[in-house]
Design a protein around this ligand. Structure first.
Ligand SMILES: [Ca+2]
Length: 368
């Protein structure tokens, strides 16, 4: 995950924010038709019910729509696949009627739509044009000089410098993530090979670096023009609103805090050491709309500042109530910091098939 303080230039992208899914499910007539069609397609033996085997294609589609790798490729995602299947079968190996299928599908789709609304995904098509524009634009030289002095300290060869410079470019400059194995073998490596010269394996001057990097970048742009790369760009902003919601709901807050301290070590009188505040905060994080500790550098910095301000690291023993009170104060301080300057986090990943096409589940069939 990378962090980015600036607004990203993704205005040209196609936004998947869940509103299409929401519209589909909320339009009774269209959704009924969609379910009828899906059901008929899945019910291969035409007995009016879906067996576990007949449900498999729907489960695979839901996985693809959720952005999961194909079934069988990792235990973590396979677990989600079996959860999805359990949703339909209620954990039993029984057949599913159309009514049940419709209910569960509607729940799953609405859940997906809500997830996308919180954290929209923008689909970008990288075709080399933005990269070409960037390398011929006004900021290129200054930025590459800065990049070079950053990279140079590692004292690499020209080739190393060029590879590292590509890692510094993002979709904003028209470059797909250069660490993606597909991008490496289909775009970056071929461009490097066709541009290799006599200075390739030694350290070079800034001037030579600029000239050579530009040549390779032009070649990369050319390759991108021949084969477009689709990148899913997701952005998440932490602005304190999740904490605000939690703090304003006394019942929910109590419940969350109790769960968070339940498993913490206590002394004989039931007191908890302040050194466990961090662990407790991490346990509260999902309910407060915060990322886990260690996931977002800027967020960790805020947490550190708040802990310093509240002397939260002095390992004193506190009664449960005092411990919860301090934890609540810490949440409040983090909220104020985030309200003052929200943190945006984005991640880019290469999609080898366009998302919508990967999932036939979300394609509404035309009425025939
Ligand atoms: Ca059947």
């Amino acid at each position: 995950m990378e962090t980015n303080p600036k607004k990203t230039g993704t205005s040209g992208g196609e936004v998947l924010d869940g509103s299409d899914i929401m519209e589909l499910v909320e339009n009774k007539e269209v959704f009924s038709h969609f379910v009828d069609h899906k059901f008929e397609e899945l019910d291969r033996d035409r007995d009016g019910q879906l067996s576990v085997n007949e449900l498999q294609p729907a489960v695979a589609d839901i996985g693809a729509a959720l952005g999961l790798p194909v079934q069988g490729s990792s235990p973590d995602s396979d677990h989600i696949y079996s959860e999805v299947l359990n949703e339909f079968t209620h954990g039993k190996q029984e057949k599913v009627s159309k009514v049940e299928f419709k209910e569960v599908l509607s729940d799953i789709l609405l859940g997906m739509a809500a997830g996308l609304k919180r954290d929209p995904i923008v689909i970008l098509r990288i075709d080399g044009e933005d990269l070409l524009e960037y390398i011929n634009g006004p900021t290129f030289e200054a930025e590459m000089v800065a990049a070079h002095s950053l990279i140079e300290s590692a004292a690499g060869t020209l080739q190393d410098c060029i590879i590292k410079a590509f890692e510094l470019l993002t979709v904003e400059q028209g470059m797909p993530p250069s660490s993606d194995p597909w991008v490496v073998s289909n775009i970056v490596e071929p461009a490097l090979q066709s541009c290799a010269g006599p200075d390739w394996n030694k350290p070079v001057s800034q001037e030579t670096f600029l000239v050579e990097f530009k040549k390779v970048a032009e070649h990369v742009a050319q390759l991108l023009r021949e084969q477009h790369v689709i990148v899913a760009h997701s952005e998440n902003t932490f602005d304190g609103s999740g904490i605000k919601r939690l703090l304003s709901n006394k019942f929910e807050l109590d419940k969350t805090l109790n769960v968070a301290i339940e498993t913490l070590p206590k002394d004989r009188t039931g007191k908890i050491s302040k050194e466990y505040l961090r662990v407790a905060l991490d346990a509260v994080a999902p309910s407060a709309g915060l990322p886990p500790l260690g996931a977002v550098e800027q967020m960790d910095k805020i947490v550190l500042d708040v802990f310093n301000l509240t002397n939260a690291d002095d390992a004193k023993l506190l009664k449960e109530d005092e411990f919860k009170k301090i934890l609540t104060e810490i949440l409040g301080s983090i909220m104020l910091q985030l309200e003052g300057s929200p943190i945006s986090v984005y991640s880019n990943s290469v999609v080898h098939e366009p998302l919508a096409a990967a999932s036939t589940l979300l394609q509404v069939q035309p009425t025939t």
